[in-house]
Design a protein around this ligand. Structure first.
Ligand SMILES: NC(=O)c1ccc[n+]([C@@H]2O[C@H](COP(=O)([O-])OP(=O)(O)OC[C@H]3O[C@@H](n4cnc5c(N)ncnc54)[C@H](O)[C@@H]3O)[C@@H](O)[C@H]2O)c1
Length: 370
């Protein structure tokens, strides 16, 4: 085992550590022992991990003397639903979960968001631990305490702010992840460089090939950097009343596209964010705040990874009016105005919450979206 790096999120009584390392599966019972009150543990996981990651973690708990109950949900965004919420809560209650028990989320962002929400409402809140197994979840969704499910009107509209007791990030879990999912994680990593750390952006540009090949040192550095940036923002604005919204760079367009194309996985979350980041960069450049060459650098990096940069890069159709209609369910929309996270330069983002629907439609016209 390599040395584990630890980042602390300081939120008074809700503070917690993010442990980052390699081959940590056997360490999980020890790491979470301060939060476990009896020798029974409840895991919520993704059915596709039943044969690849879960057996090792389950064994480590059994060897440490725990009884383990696992509730599986189907893979994919469809599991962030009221149906999965009800089914999983029912399974936990039927299997004897108590007020002082701890739930562990083992999976990608879908599992983390669902488990976090369940943990925040079952018995009015019980301990939960995040063990993210996708790169996207390791650099973003497992940290910061946003939990949610989707409804037909839009993504993440029902949820809570509820912090985990610990986050355990093991890069060994990434070896079974598809290249497409790795790229989705890289999409969120780019976001951190673009919104708040120019040097990190240029480091990413240099190291993009190493990251795609899962070079361990590069991965650990990029994960640590991303989690530290997220920790800094969350510590200042836990409930997204201000600067935390900067983390939504690319997400206003992205969530609308993801909602439309979610069926059959035409567009995954990280891919939708990649298109959204390209559009937000172009929007910033069109209104004269971001230099054209910096806009191109951002879009080139996204494209070099093999991520889509426009809806023309994906199979499927959507009109500008459909995108706008979906954007109306964005949580950041206030007084019928749209909020976009825009850029002054690479490494410096700002929130503009006064963008009219006409400005959005005009932008789509410049992009030749019908
Ligand atoms: N809460 C937040 O702050 C936050 C931030 C960003 C994204 N999100 C949410 O996260 C979700 C996207 O997360 P995601 O991209 O991790 O999706 P996901 O959870 O659907 O996982 C992607 C796919 O990878 C599979 N998988 C997971 N781990 C694997 C592994 N180690 N090996 C092989 N396959 C594996 C899953 O079965 C799934 O098919 C979206 O719902 C998004 O809204 C939340």
């Amino acid at each position: 085992m390599t040395k584990t790096k630890t980042i602390t999120i300081n939120l008074d009584k809700n503070s917690y550590d993010i442990h980052i390392g390699e081959n940590l599966a056997n360490e999980i019972p020890k790491i979470i022992s301060p939060f476990v009150k009896r020798n029974k543990i409840f895991i919520i996981s993704d059915e596709s991990l039943g044969s690849i990651i879960l057996p090792e973690i389950k064994n480590s708990f059994i060897e440490a003397g725990f009884e383990v109950f696992v509730s599986f949900v189907q893979s994919g965004e469809k599991s962030k639903s009221f149906e999965s919420l009800e089914f999983t809560i029912s399974e936990l209650l039927d299997n004897g979960i108590e007020r002082n028990d701890t739930v562990i989320a083992i999976g990608g962002g879908v599992i983390g968001d669902l488990t976090g929400f369940i943990s925040s409402i079952i018995y009015r809140g019980i301990n939960f631990i995040q063990v993210p197994t996708t790169l996207l979840a390791q650099v973003d969704s497992s940290v910061g305490g946003k939990t949610a499910i989707n409804v037909k009107q839009g993504k993440n509209l029902i949820g809570s702010f509820y912090q985990p007791k610990a986050v355990i990030i093991d890069i060994s879990f990434l070896s079974s992840l598809s290249e497409r999912e790795i790229k989705c994680g890289l999409s969120e990593i780019i976001k951190y460089g673009v919104i708040g750390d120019r040097d990190f952006f240029y480091w990413l540009k240099e190291n993009v090939d190493n990251l795609t090949k899962l070079d361990q040192d590069c991965l650990i550095y990029a994960i640590e950097k991303s989690c530290s940036m997220k920790a800094n923002i969350v510590q200042k604005d836990e409930k997204e009343e201000g600067d935390r919204a900067l983390l939504n760079f690319g997400h206003t367009f992205g969530h609308a596209l993801e909602k439309h194309f979610t069926k059959n996985e035409v567009l995954l979350h990280g891919e939708a964010v990649a298109i959204g980041m390209s559009y937000a960069s172009k929007f910033s450049s069109n209104i004269g705040v971001l230099k054209k060459n910096e806009c191109e650098e951002i879009i080139n990096l996204i494209s070099d990874i093999g991520l889509p940069i426009s809806i023309n890069d994906i199979k499927g159709e959507i009109t500008k009016e459909e995108i706008l209609n979906l954007m109306m369910f964005d949580k950041k929309r206030v007084n019928q105005k749209n909020t976009l996270i825009l850029l002054n330069r690479i490494g410096e983002a700002f929130i503009n919450n006064n963008i009219s629907d006409k400005e959005i439609i005009d932008f789509f016209n410049t992009e030749n979206i019908q």
